[in-house]
Design a protein around this ligand. Structure first.
Ligand SMILES: C[S@@+](CC[C@H](N)C(=O)[O-])C[C@H]1O[C@@H](n2cnc3c(N)ncnc32)[C@H](O)[C@@H]1O
Length: 225
């Protein structure tokens, strides 16, 4: 199966059943098969919290918020959050998660990361974009990054990094568990930096869990600020 952003990402999460399944995979404390996903989710939260503490901020755009993985982090930091996603089904679960976490003042809006015209320049102190770029083709990614740099002086964004180890890991996983070994929209660190450089200075970059996940998180400052 060839990867298609429209079908496999933009529309894929736009139903309640998929949203529930996604939520269970990362957030449910049960099920051995989901154990690696839960470990990765915990490490993502720790990395984002660490980077957020380095950014002077009171407000944040959590985009895509998914089912609210970062709610507890924002609640602990006292950040005022707008949680957005293109999927109303995902956002419904995010709202429950933000409420459970006690994240006061959070608001929820269906938005498309390629066009944030509903937000004026510098609406937020920071944008957090976790687990989207590796599912988005490069040209569209650049549009999203342009929007992030317009609406906030700082952005924290994860990319999926490709290398030989992860190609082999995907092959083994597909052989053991079945399913595809699609490369999604992974790129090298050099390509990620090249895509970021027109809009941002890279302040820091960290692997989430290099043996389990291809995600690298970048802390960025907009060149416009
Ligand atoms: C893999 S999930 C990641 C969600 C969350 N950040 C997390 O780490 O759990 C990808 C999310 O991106 C959302 N998405 C896809 N295309 C989008 C777009 N153009 N604008 C906003 N959200 C989008 C999907 O609806 C889905 O919730």
């Amino acid at each position: 199966m060839n990867y298609d952003y429209e079908r496999n990402t933009r529309k894929f999460y736009q139903n309640d059943e998929t949203a529930q399944r996604y939520h269970a995979m990362f957030m449910s404390p049960k099920g051995w098969r989901n154990f690696p996903s839960r470990v990765v989710a915990r490490r993502e939260c720790r990395a984002i919290e660490d980077l957020l503490t380095r950014v002077p901020h009171r407000t944040a755009l959590d985009l895509p918020a998914g089912t609210g993985k970062l709610a507890a982090i924002f609640a602990a930091l006292g950040t005022r959050v707008v949680a957005s996603d293109i999927s109303a089904s995902m956002l419904k679960l995010a709202e429950a998660e933000y409420t459970r976490a006690g994240c006061e003042g959070a608001t929820f809006r269906v938005e498309d990361a390629t066009d944030l015209a509903n937000f004026h320049d510098d609406s937020f102190d920071v944008v957090v974009c976790l687990r989207l770029m590796h599912r988005v083709p490069s040209a569209l990614r650049k549009r999203m990054l342009g929007e992030f740099s317009r609406v906030a002086p700082y952005t924290i964004v994860s990319f999926g990094i490709e290398n030989g180890f992860h190609r082999a890991r995907r092959g083994v996983r597909a052989a053991v568990f079945g399913g595809g070994r699609d490369a999604l929209c992974f790129c090298s660190v050099a390509q990620a930096c090249a895509e970021l450089s027109p809009e941002f200075d890279v302040l820091s970059r960290v692997w989430i869990a290099p043996a389990l996940s291809q995600e690298m998180v970048f802390l960025l400052r907009s060149k416009a600020c």
